[in-house]
Design a protein around this ligand. Structure first.
Ligand SMILES: Cc1cc2nc3c(=O)[nH]c(=O)nc-3n(C[C@H](O)[C@H](O)[C@H](O)COP(=O)(O)O)c2cc1C
Length: 309
């Protein structure tokens, strides 16, 4: 598929997930067939300050090409200033987060709160479109507490958005219930720009249901947790995965940037996700939760996977 002038080899997108889709995880997902990936959401305003932690979120690896950055905020001026920064020039697509439901985000007027304020959402989008020649895309939900998705999508298209990702839920639903595929289909009918459908795609059958809405692309979030290889399954190219090797690769890539201490705590959730579908892993899940040292966790995992094979 094509977003403005950016060619995307395929239609499977890895969802941006804060605190999860680090550059190593995204690179693994791409190696398993994800066609496109965005950084996790990064505050447009925070990027204006020289903060290492924020700037680290912009790290990408060479196999993540083309690649997008996702920005959040509500101040057009911050978006305008950030788009001309050197660090953003390597990105092929600029995405604006208008879907995040988290209380700490919406209380500032960011994320899905923008769906209650068309005027500010429009100004933010315009600030981006007018300050970059790259495609600007928006990730939205169906609305905040009521479905405004068709009107909102039309407004975004009219103001220069090059594609939309639609997560088929309202903000007030957070992640409960099922994604509303009919609503996604209606958005697709409303606009001419590409629409990427998002919500609850975890296997071939849910992928098929999402594609039946007529969307141009499909974005996978939680289905990829502990499973960056889900993309090869969705593509019908299942391959035998050496999970321990995968985990080590994930860690080794991150070790080039992050300290052992940071990774010992950060990697824990990933390790538990990697063990999600493993039979007989309950005991080592508890051991991993209690272990403070990442190398010790790796030894526990090595022992477990050796016994499994
Ligand atoms: C832990 C977590 C972090 C997320 N962070 C972001 C984010 O940074 N930006 C964003 O647009 N959506 C974020 N999302 C929402 C996902 O991108 C996606 O829209 C949502 O999970 C629904 O897709 P799924 O059913 O495939 O998981 C996050 C979701 C989760 C579970």
């Amino acid at each position: 598929m094509k977003i403005k002038d950016v060619n995307i080899n395929g239609n499977l997108f890895l969802a941006p997930m804060a605190g999860v889709t680090d550059f190593a995880f995204r690179s693994l997902a791409r190696s398993f067939g994800a066609s496109f990936s965005y950084t996790e959401m990064v505050s447009a305003k925070a990027l204006l300050y020289d903060n290492k932690k924020t700037k680290d979120l912009l790290i990408t690896l060479p196999n993540e090409t083309p690649v997008g950055v996702q920005l959040f905020g509500h101040e057009p001026e911050a978006f305008k200033k950030v788009l001309i920064q050197e660090e953003l020039q390597k990105f092929d697509i600029i995405d604006i987060n208008m879907g995040c439901p988290a209380p700490k985000i919406v209380k500032n007027g960011d994320g899905s709160k923008l769906m209650t304020d068309f005027e500010t959402a429009q100004k933010v989008l315009k600030a981006c479109v007018e300050n970059t020649s790259k495609p600007v895309t928006v990730k939205m939900r169906l609305g905040y507490s009521k479905d405004v998705s068709e009107d909102f999508a039309k407004m975004l298209e009219d103001n220069g958005a090059s594609a939309l990702t639609v997560h088929g839920r309202l903000r007030e639903e957070f992640y409960s219930g099922e994604a509303n595929l009919e609503a996604i289909a209606r958005v697709k009918q409303t606009v001419k720009i590409p629409v990427i459908g998002n919500g609850d795609v975890t296997n071939k059958s849910s992928l098929e249901s999402m594609l039946q809405t007529g969307v141009d692309g499909v974005m996978v979030g939680r289905g990829a947790l502990g499973k960056p290889y889900i993309f090869s399954e969705l593509l019908g190219k299942e391959q035998k995965v050496d999970k321990f090797k995968l985990i080590k690769e994930h860690i080794e890539l991150l070790e080039k940037v992050y300290s052992e201490e940071y990774l010992s705590s950060y990697m824990k959730k990933h390790l538990l996700w990697y063990l999600k579908d493993e039979k007989g892993a309950n005991k080592i899940k508890i051991q991993i939760c209690n272990e403070k040292n990442l190398q010790a966790c790796l030894l526990i995992l090595q022992d477990f996977f050796e016994k499994c094979s």
